[in-house]
Design a protein. Structure first.
Length: 618
């Protein structure tokens, strides 16, 4: 909310709708929040301010927001609702500014406003506003401590083999790409300062930033970039994103600062491909991946897979310098332990908060929610080439057995969106809203189950917290119970989080997965559903779908491209064999000493860029 905002009139929004009187440039005001979720928590989620609860009305059904010129800077802080008899606005403003500028301590501030006869409630408001305003000025220094959701001996910085968001977080601490993704999912300069295609989109030219150094002092050259991108090319490559590079004909240099990528067919989204986290740039010939040398905002101090990674600020970083001196990232697999670590002050930030604990976080001192809407998806892939899931009727029976609305309401506590068995979420511009929404259908599910010869029989679902966080086991249990009503017994096999994406995902015929949003529909579909995709969860191979994916790349945005993606989604919806029942919001939580947090639809922790954005007010 902008400074000087005035009181909003009571909202007419219904439960679960975005309050229409909340105005902001921020794209994340549309978070779906259930009616039992109080307005002060909405403000904590949207703004990250614990103090905002003092200016919000708590109501049971719907939204009504009352602010009194909530200000982010003390000189304009006209939010005082009461003053002591001897307290003028100028005096309160002066003291608050002294506190903001750190010219007086908190103790001195409290003592002086108390001596002026300020009422207790008003003093508290002044302190809160002053503290927040003070914290809005970035500070340098300190060690940021992050508690991520998973940790494994298979944690890696090897570009093509990264699979967990812990890997993604760490990769962007130490590495850079040709381009980076903005919060609006568009391409912004990183190692490349500008780029342009030829007329038929079969060649792209990237002008490379001059004067960039690797952490070991080596100057970045075009040879380093060519080497790094070639790691994802060819039949021998085991890169997770090699399907994106199948169409690369050549990567070459033109002079000292222009990289040329030649394609076999047109690709309008090529810049977004070379912004994927897997395409971070390493020195030519480099292979010591767990001692990664990159060009990112931080340098690696030590990396112990499954335990911790510690990085320090890169003094020669070409971009905007981070605020913190160091960042420690650890994986805390147990949900309660992760929450306790935040409350105890052992970490400044955690991810994958259990929706059942959101209200508890709202009441805990010194912590606040940090959440944003997202197109991420929790999946239940069934491998179409493995019995009994090679029977399309069994797959269809399971798709009609899921109670999706109930999953969002009862498991996600309203903090998510209903899925419809396609990877293109409702937040994506190419989402097809005309596909019939699947939900629990007893008659259809029984029909397909009987046709498959599976009535009264059992299948095993392999699952873990690693597949989307603490909600994953509850979603699995929910599916088990609704499938039992149909006549299918789903036996749940809980697997260790450690090594889940190495030992279970892509290997078991029926398991759970978790896939983060990608900035384009092409990346979203190609990574999972193309016949040559390394992460093809269901082993689904369809020449018609492959042709649509490849054709869409040559078409600029418009009705034709939308039609192509609609056809692709219909094929996935009808044939692929993957249940996608929900799209959960990102639910993170932070210490109130952590400032500068920004929601990002692409990923938790500011789209995995939290390390370079935030600062510590301690």
């Amino acid at each position: 909310m902008e400074d000087g905002a005035t009181r909003a009139e009571p909202s007419s929004a219904k439960v679960g709708e975005r309050p229409p009187d909340v105005t902001s440039h921020d794209p994340f005001t549309h978070l779906t929040i259930p009616g039992s979720f109080s307005i002060d928590m909405h403000y904590r989620i949207h703004f990250g301010y614990k103090e905002a609860s003092e200016y919000c009305a708590r109501i049971q059904n719907g939204y009504s927001i009352y602010t009194r010129s909530y200000a982010r800077s003390a000189p304009n802080a006209k939010t005082i609702t009461e003053r002591g008899p001897n307290m003028s606005y100028d005096q309160s403003n002066y003291l608050q500014q002294q506190f903001v500028d750190r010219k007086i301590s908190r103790r001195e501030f409290v003592g002086r406003v108390g001596a002026l006869g300020l009422a207790a409630a008003t003093a508290t408001s002044l302190i809160s506003l002053g503290t927040q305003a003070r914290a809005q000025t970035p500070r340098s220094g300190g060690r940021l401590k992050l508690g991520w959701y998973t940790s494994s001996a298979s944690d890696t910085l090897r570009p093509g083999r990264m699979s967990s968001t812990t890997d993604f977080l760490r990769a962007w601490q130490v590495g850079s790409n040709l381009i980076r993704y903005s919060r609006k999912m568009t391409a912004e300069p990183d190692l490349a300062t500008e780029w342009e295609p030829n007329k038929d989109l079969t060649q792209w030219r990237f002008k490379i930033r001059k004067g960039v150094e690797f952490h070991n002092g080596k100057k970045l050259t075009l040879d380093d970039i060519i080497y790094s991108l070639n790691l994802h090319r060819g039949e021998k490559s085991d890169s997770a994103v090699r399907t994106f590079f199948n169409d690369f004909k050549d990567i070459r240099k033109d002079g000292d600062d222009v990289l040329v990528i030649e394609l076999q067919s047109p690709n309008a989204d090529l810049p977004m491909t070379v912004g994927d986290v897997h395409t971070i740039i390493a020195p030519q010939g480099f292979e010591d991946w767990n001692n990664f040398v990159g060009t990112g905002p931080f340098k690696l101090k030590h990396f112990q897979p499954g335990i911790e990674m510690l990085v320090e600020r890169n003094p020669n970083y070409f971009g905007k310098a981070p605020h913190v001196d160091e960042v420690s990232s650890i994986g805390i697999q147990d949900n309660a332990a992760r929450m306790n670590a935040l409350v105890a002050g052992d970490v400044h930030y955690i991810v994958r908060v259990d929706p059942k604990l959101v209200d508890a976080i709202g009441q805990a001192p010194g912590v606040a929610m940090a959440a944003s809407a997202s197109g991420r998806r929790i999946t239940f892939p069934m491998q179409v080439d493995a019995a009994p899931f090679d029977n399309p009727d069994l797959r269809m029976a399971i798709l009609y057995s899921a109670k999706r609305q109930s999953m969002v309401k009862d498991v996600l506590k309203g903090m998510g969106m209903v899925g419809n068995d396609t990877p293109i979420a409702p937040t994506d511009v190419y989402h097809d809203p005309n596909l019939p929404q699947r939900d629990f259908d007893l008659d259809k599910a029984k029909f397909h189950l009987k046709k498959a010869g599976m009535d009264g029989k059992s299948v095993t679902l392999h699952m873990s917290d690693a597949a989307g966080g603490p909600v994953a086991p509850d979603l699995a249990q929910h599916l088990k119970e609704s499938s039992a009503e149909v006549g299918l017994n789903i036996e749940l096999q809980r697997e260790p989080s450690d090594g889940y994406y190495t030992n279970v995902w892509l290997k078991r015929p029926f398991c759970m997965g978790h896939l983060i949003p990608r900035p384009t529909a092409d990346l979203t579909i190609s990574l999972i559903y193309h016949s040559k995709a390394a992460w093809n969860e269901t082993h689904f191979k369809d020449p018609e779908l492959d042709a649509l994916i490849e054709r869409a790349r040559s078409v600029l945005d418009g009705p034709e491209r939308r039609e192509i993606y609609n056809k692709a989604q219909r094929i996935i919806y009808d044939r692929s064999g993957c249940l996608i029942p929900v799209h959960p919001h990102w639910l993170d939580a932070r210490s109130d000493k952590l400032m500068g947090w920004e929601g990002d639809p692409s990923g938790e922790g500011c789209g995995y860029r939290i390390s370079e954005l935030v600062w510590l007010d301690e």
